[in-house]
Design a protein around this ligand. Sequence first.
Ligand SMILES: Nc1ncnc2c1ncn2[C@@H]1O[C@H](COP(=O)(O)OP(=O)(O)OP(=O)(O)O)[C@@H](O)[C@H]1O
Length: 324
Amino acid sequence: MTVVTQEAGAPFGAAPPSGDAAIVTEGLTKRFRGGQVAVDALDLAVPRGSVFGFLGPNGSGKTTTIRMLLGLVAPTAGEYSVLGLPLPQALPKVGALVEGPAFYPYLSGTANLMRFDSADPTARRGTAKQRISGALERVGLAAAAGKRYRNYSLGMRQRLAIAAALLGPRELLVLDEPTNGLDPQGTREVRALVKEIAADGTTVFVSSHLLAEVEQMCTHAAIMRTGQLVAQGTIASLNGGLVARIRVETTDAAGAARVLGGLGLADVRTDGAQVTAELGGHAPEKINAVLVEDGVAVRGLAVVRPSLEDVFVGLTGEGFDVDG
Ligand SMILES: Nc1ncnc2c1ncn2[C@@H]1O[C@H](COP(=O)(O)OP(=O)(O)OP(=O)(O)O)[C@@H](O)[C@H]1O
């Protein structure tokens, strides 16, 4: 456990138990000179084996948190552990991509990784080749290993950066906005790679300002807003706080509302040609059958599931695109 002296002599609580957690923080705080609180008393619990989305608008404190977890910036207050260890001991088991590493454009993927590997004093020289080819293999760049970096696509460049973070055997991979600035193809490649790495048993902690990305890629998420944690948990539990609704488009809104109410659906609302209600445990196909039986012409029928965006709006009363 890395303990940071708390401001104003406030007493420490017990060190957070790490249990099965890859990352635990308690009261983690960063106040920059000038008084700005970038991260405010953050309590995070990242389970081992999860793909944990660290979600928040720009400026909400994600990068500052990651930099604290990696020992790149000193917290002002709070406690944290990584892989159940205090920071220096944990670091060899942690791969990280924070600001993109600088690669030489005229060198191949292999040669670039060699330069990275040789900068690591803990890496055994005799096994460098194996480590590098293993990392390139893992990110799907084995076939392009000899190609110059400048000829790599954006997705290949980011996969090489992830390979650099995977040169040692890692239990935790920390990625700060790994799809930022990528084209759609590169974004797909990196998202798929994150899933593959997690499937191999590595915990992945990945920050993003994209709600849909976190929903697609992650098993868990924490939502940040202006330095504070708004919510955390599995994606299902975060979404589960909100109920799915059925939406019927029809020329007979009054008839549809009557049928939905008659079936016992709660909170029936009509808006022009659209009627919505809480789905509850009802099967949409049965609702459709009853509507048709009752002579209600159905133009469209959809189940609208709550998204993380709905969760964020529900918790903060704001759209996700808030200015942090
Ligand atoms: N070195 C610094 N000195 C002063 N303020 C800083 C410093 N670094 C970050 N901040 C401020 O702290 C807040 C949180 O920034 P941070 O970069 O952690 O957010 P973020 O969620 O990662 O956003 P982004 O995705 O834009 O990087 C911002 O208001 C930022 O301006």
